[in-house]
Design a protein around this ligand. Structure first.
Ligand code: GTP
Ligand code: SPV
Ligand code: MN
Length: 640
C-alpha cells in the first residue's frame, strides 16, 4: 500500500502548496494519508476533506482512485473485518450481512433543509401530519451534525470517494465527492457510479460538485453492537441542503442511506437542480424496445421501490420478434434537447436490485448479470459457496444446505424467509447481457412514453392511458401502491406514492407538479400510461402473469404511440379496445373482463380519497390544473 512520506513540519491547513502533502494536521491530532495524496484534490475538494477530517477524527485518510488494485485492498479489508465473505461458487462475488437493525432506507429519518419549511413540503391541513417529506431548519441541521459527527470516525479510515453520476465528462453528468468511513460503501460506490481518478481530473476543468458526508456512526454509548457492521440506528439521520448541494448521512451503512449518489444525490438534490435548470430527475427505469419491423422506441417507467422497475428494465419478451434493451433500472435524468425531444440518461453505473423474486423463470437477464463482480447484501448463502433467496428454490441442487441472512441454519419449515425481503445485489450495469448500446450515449436516449404504476390489488386495470399531459400529471400525483420491504413501513398498506417519488422529493411537491406541467411548453411531451401488474382475484391470486408477459402491454403502448386507434375512452382514461391487447400464445387463462373492470363503487371512493389526500396534504400548493383533472375524473365516474 503506498504510504507517503510524512513531512515533519506542521501543515498549513489552508495552503494550496505544491509540496506532497501526506497528512492533515488538526488542532489535536495529525491524520496520515495512507492512500493517494491531498495534492490530487482541487482546492474546494481538499477544503471539504480537511474540514471533515478535522471534525470526524478518523485514524487515517484514503483518497480513492477506483483502480483494480485498490478494490482488492478494500475487499481484503472487508473480509478481515468480517463484513463480507467470499462466494467461491462465482467469480469475484461477495456476501455482506448487515446489522439486522440496518436493512432498508429510513424515510422517517430523512430530511431536507431549507430556510422556509414551505420550500421543502406543502403545508398540510391544520392538525394533519405532512407525508410528502420531512423538513429541518438550518439551526436543527447544524445541531444534528454537531451532535453526531465530532470524533465519529475514530478508529476508522476516512475514504474520499470522487464519483460521477452519468459518464465522466458528459454534459448531462454531475460530479459528487462522498466522504465515508465504510469500505463497503466505497466498494459499492465503485460499482454503482463512475468512481476514482478520472473524476478528480474532470474536476480540474470545472470545480463543481455535490458534497456528501457519510459515517456509519458510533453510538453515544460508544458500544458497537456488531463489529462487522457498525451503525447507529437510534441516531440515524439523512440530511440534504439543496441550496448548498450538500448531503449529510449518519448512522446507516445500507443502500440508499449510504450510497449517496443514488437517492440522496440523483433524486433529492438532483430534483432541485433539475427544477432550477428546467429538466427532470425521476425514480424511473429506462428501456429500449424494438418491434419485429426493427423500429426502436425508448420508454421510462416510475414504479415505487420494489414494484418492478429492475424486472421491466430487463424484460425477456414473451412475444416473438420483440427485443428489449436496458438503459437503467432505477433513475432517469431527462432533459429536452435543442429540437424539443425529451432525452434521458441513466446517471448510475450499476444495479442495486431486489434479490428475492429474481429467478431464471422471472428475470433470466438479471440472473445472467449478477453472478460475477457482485456484492450481495442480506441474501442467504449455500453450503457450496453460493447464494439463495426466495424464488431460487428450483435453482439449487439436492443436498445443499442453506444459511439464512442472519447466519443461522435454515430450512423451509422455519416459515421465515431465508433472505431478507429487501436483500439486494449490487452489480455492474455493463455486465447486463441486454445493456442498450446507447446506455452511455452523452446525448441520452429519446423518450416516447412514460409509464406510472404500482401495486394495486384492487380496482386498477392492467393499463390505461392519460387523456392529455395535464391528465398524466394528475395520474402521477394520484399514484398509490402497497408498501414493500424497501422502506421501514410495516404491513401491506396502500400508501400514496406520487410519481414513485414520495421518499425522494427534494422540494415542495406542489412546485414539483407545476414543474411537470411546465414540460408541455418546453418540448414534445411523451404519452403517459398507468400500469398495474399486481391486480388480484377475489381468491388473492395475481390476475396477470407479469414479468416477460408484460411485453404484451409494451406492444400496446408502442401501437398507441404510433397513433393506432386501438383504444376506447373510459372514465379513468383510455383503455385497450376489445381484443386489442395481444394474448396470442399466452399459456394461462386471463379473465380480461375482470382485469379491466372499473367498479363504479371502487372508483367513486378512490376519487373521493384522492381529493381528501390533495386537500389535507397539498392544500393551496396543488396546481389548479391538477385539481381540475380530479374534478373531471369525478364527473366521468359519476356518469358511469
Ligand atoms: P427498487 O430497486 O426498490 O426501486 O425496486 P424495483 O422497482 O426495481 O423492483 P424489482 O423489479 O426489483 O421488483 C421487486 C419485486 O417485485 C421482486 O420480488 C419481483 O420479483 C416482483 N415483480 C417484478 N415484476 C413483477 C411482475 O410483473 N409481476 C409480479 N407478480 N411481480 C413482479
Ligand atoms: C429503492 O428503495 O427505491 C431502492 C433501494 O432503489 S435504495 O437504494 O436502498 O433506496
Ligand atoms: Mn429504487
Amino acid at each position: 500500500m503506498p504510504v507517503e512520506v510524512i513531512a515533519p513540519q506542521q501543515i498549513d491547513l489552508n495552503a494550496n502548496n505544491l509540496v506532497k502533502v501526506s497528512k492533515i494536521a488538526t488542532a489535536s491530532a495529525v491524520i496520515p494519508v495512507v492512500y493517494g495524496n491531498l495534492n490530487q484534490l482541487t482546492p474546494k475538494v481538499r477544503a471539504f476533506v480537511e474540514e471533515h477530517a478535522a471534525l470526524c477524527q478518523p485514524d487515517n485518510i484514503h483518497i480513492c482512485d477506483g483502480s483494480e488494485g485498490e478494490s482488492k485492498i478494500l475487499l481484503q479489508k472487508l473480509v478481515e473485518s468480517g463484513t463480507i465473505v467470499n462466494l467461491p461458487k462465482y467469480e469475484n462475488c461477495w456476501l455482506a450481512r448487515t446489522n439486522p437493525a440496518d436493512v432498508a432506507r429510513v424515510e422517517s429519518k430523512t430530511f431536507i433543509c431549507t430556510d422556509r419549511k414551505e420550500e421543502t413540503i406543502p403545508t398540510p391541513k391544520d392538525g394533519v401530519k405532512g407525508t410528502l417529506g420531512n423538513w429541518i431548519s438550518p439551526s436543527d441541521f447544524a445541531k444534528a451534525v454537531a451532535d453526531r459527527f465530532p470524533g465519529c470516525m475514530k478508529g476508522r479510515t476516512l475514504y474520499v470517494v470522487p464519483f460521477s453520476m452519468g459518464p465522466v465528462g458528459s454534459p448531462l453528468s454531475k460530479i459528487g465527492i462522498e466522504i465515508t468511513d465504510s469500505a463497503y460503501v466505497v466498494a459499492s460506490m465503485r460499482i454503482m457510479t463512475r468512481m476514482g481518478a478520472p473524476v478528480l481530473e474532470e474536476l480540474k476543468k470545472k470545480e463543481e460538485f455535490v458534497r456528501a458526508l457519510h459515517s456509519v456512526g458510533t453510538p453515544a454509548s460508544g458500544i458497537i453492537q456488531q463489529a462487522s457492521w457498525p451503525c447507529d440506528p437510534e441516531r440515524t439521520i439523512i440530511l440534504h441542503k439543496p441550496a448548498e448541494n450538500l448531503i449529510v448521512s449518519y448512522g446507516s451503512g445500507y443502500g440508499g442511506n449510504s450510497l449517496l449518489g443514488k437517492k440522496c444525490f440523483a433524486l433529492r438534490i438532483g430534483s432541485t437542480i433539475a427544477k432550477r435548470e428546467g429538466w427532470l430527475a425521476e425514480h424511473m427505469l429506462i428501456l429500449g424496445i424494438t418491434d419485429p419491423k426493427g423500429v426502436k422506441k425508448y420508454i421510462t417507467a416510475a414504479f415505487p421501490s420494489a414494484c418492478g422497475k429492475t424486472n421491466l428494465a430487463m424484460l425477456n419478451p414473451s412475444l416473438p420478434g420483440y427485443k428489449v434493451e436496458c438503459v437503467g433500472d432505477d433513475i432517469a435524468w431527462m432533459k429536452f434537447d435543442a429540437n424539443g425531444i425529451l432525452r434521458a440518461i441513466n446517471p448510475e453505473n450499476g444495479f442495486f436490485g431486489v434479490a428475492p423474486g429474481t429467478s431464471t423463470e422471472t428475470n433470466p437477464i438479471a440472473m445472467a448479470t449478477v453472478f460475477k463482480n457482485t456484492i450481495f447484501t442480506n441474501v442467504a448463502s449455500t453450503s457450496d459457496g453460493g447464494v439463495f433467496w426466495e424464488g431460487m428454490e428450483s435453482e439449487i441442487e439436492e443436498g445443499i444446505e442453506i444459511t439464512d441472512w442472519l447466519g443461522n441454519k435454515w430450512d423451509k419449515s422455519s416459515g421465515k424467509p431465508a433472505a431478507h425481503p429487501n436483500s439486494r445485489f449490487c452489480t455492474p450495469a455493463d455486465q447486463c447481457p441486454i445493456i442498450d448500446p446507447a446506455w452511455e450515449d452523452q446525448k441520452g436516449v429519446p423518450i416516447s412514453a412514460i409509464l406510472f404504476g404500482g401495486r394495486r390489488p384492487e380496482g386498477v386495470p392492467l393499463i390505461y392511458e392519460a387523456n392529455s399531459w395535464a391528465h398524466g400529471v394528475f395520474v402521477g400525483a394520484a399514484m398509490k401502491s402497497e408498501s414493500t420491504a424497501a422502506a421501514e413501513h410495516k404491513g401491506k398498506v396502500i400508501m400514496h406514492d406520487p410519481f414513485a417519488m414520495r421518499p425522494f422529493f427534494g422540494y415542495n411537491f406542489g412546485d414539483y407538479c407545476k414543474h411537470w406541467l411546465s414540460m408541455e411548453k418546453r418540448g414534445q411531451v411523451p404519452a403517459i400510461f398507468h400500469v398495474n401488474w399486481f391486480r388480484k382475484s377475489p381468491q388473492g391470486k395475481f390476475m396477470w402473469p407479469g414479468y416477460g408477459e408484460n411485453t404484451r402491454v409494451l406492444e400496446y403502448v408502442l401501437r398507441r404511440i404510433n397513433g393506432e386507434k386501438c383504444f376506447v375512452d373510459s372514465a379513468i382514461g383510455r383503455i385497450p379496445a376489445e381484443n386489442q391487447l395481444n394474448l396470442e400464445g399466452l399459456k394461462c387463462n386471463i379473465d380480461m373482463e375482470e382485469l379491466f373492470s372499473l367498479p363504479k363503487e371502487f372508483w367513486t371512493k378512490e376519487a373521493e380519497e384522492i381529493g381528501q389526500y390533495f386537500d389535507s396534504q397539498i392544500g393551496a400548493d396543488l396546481p389548479a390544473e391538477v385539481a381540475l383533472e380530479l374534478e373531471k375524473l369525478k364527473a366521468r365516474i359519476a356518469a358511469m
